[in-house]
Design a protein around this ligand. Structure first.
Ligand SMILES: Nc1ncnc2c1ncn2[C@@H]1O[C@H](COP(=O)(O)OP(=O)(O)OP(=O)(O)O)[C@@H](O)[C@H]1O
Ligand SMILES: [Mg+2]
Length: 270
């Protein structure tokens, strides 16, 4: 009877935790990779929608999309809807970090413009807080993302930030988990803005993850669901479920007893 070495144990199950082996999601990952490359070449694809039951693996897949975008030096924002936060505030706060990282006095024209617009967007939901980006923005055009109309303001900030990303040779990825918790108005806005992005080829890619109700909710938001790329996230195939368990052990030079493996695959519901 062996005992698992707690230091070398590769298994760390838990909501949203990156599995030791992410298996069975090749189709979605390949489509995302193509979308990233297409956006860099000036063609913007429709938003990705990952939907499936609780615990099936949406969050870890969404996080992998983020890593893939980051590996190409994209600017990324990953947020989780719910907890009574508005989409406006979530995205505003999520944009702060990537924007502060690219802020520098010698930044290009579009980057400076995006920073200025971001300041106005921040002011639209936070009257007291402000950002300082360490670049002189007086006399820089931009701003105006504080009309209070979500469609208008989000469109403006997404446009200016993604065109700034293009100026730096990359794109902007916006990943929203638990998207079924967004309001109908917020989902409609996302549809409108992503549609504008695809039309004018701003290099921004959206990915929404949520429960199986999400496609229907999007449809009810009158948001032209044919403009989304729906990716169902299902339980793993028998083979992939095996691989998810066996591969991490193999890397430690450990093998599984066949019956034990079968038990675990069944008990976990793949
Ligand atoms: N493709 C995969 N290969 C191996 N393990 C996975 C895979 N997808 C998910 N897991 C594992 O399954 C568990 C649940 O994954 P995750 O938290 O992403 O599910 P979820 O769909 O976001 O759930 P919820 O709806 O509750 O938020 C985690 O422990 C994760 O590591
Ligand atoms: Mg999740």
């Amino acid at each position: 009877m062996g005992i698992v070495d707690p230091v070398r144990n590769p298994y760390m199950p838990g909501a949203g935790r990156k599995p030791a082996a992410l298996v069975g999601r090749d189709d979605t990952l390949r489509s995302w990779d193509i979308a990233l490359q297409r956006a860099e070449r000036g063609v913007t694809d429709q938003p990705f929608v990952l939907y499936g039951l609780r615990g099936v693996g949406k969050t870890v897949l969404l996080t992998q999309l983020r890593h893939d975008a980051q590996a190409r030096d994209w600017w990324v924002v990953q947020v989780e809807a719910g907890a009574n936060r508005s989409l406006r505030e979530m995205l505003g706060e999520g944009l702060y970090e990537p924007l502060s990282e690219i802020s520098r006095p010698s930044a290009g024209r579009r980057v400076l413009r995006a920073l200025k617009t971001a300041l106005s967007f921040k002011a639209s939901y936070d009257a007291t807080g402000t950002w300082t980006f360490g670049a002189d923005l007086s006399g820089i055009p931009g701003g105006g993302a504080d009309s209070g109309v979500l469609d208008t303001d989000l469109r403006k900030i997404i446009k200016d930030v993604s065109l700034a990303a293009a100026e730096e040779g990359v794109g902007l990825a916006i990943l929203i988990d638990e998207a079924q918790d967004l309001s109908t108005a917020e989902l409609t806005t996302l549809a409108v803005v992503s549609q504008a992005a695809a039309q004018d080829n701003w290099p921004v890619l959206f990915a929404l993850a949520g429960l199986p109700s999400l496609p229907q909710t999007l449809a009810e938001a009158k948001s032209y669901t044919e403009r989304f790329q729906f990716n169902p996230v299902e339980k793993l195939s028998h083979e992939d479920a095996h691989a998810a368990i066996v591969r991490p052990a193999e890397q430690e030079g450990v093998s599984w007893d066949g019956a034990a493996l079968e038990n675990l695959v069944e008990a976990s519901g793949r």
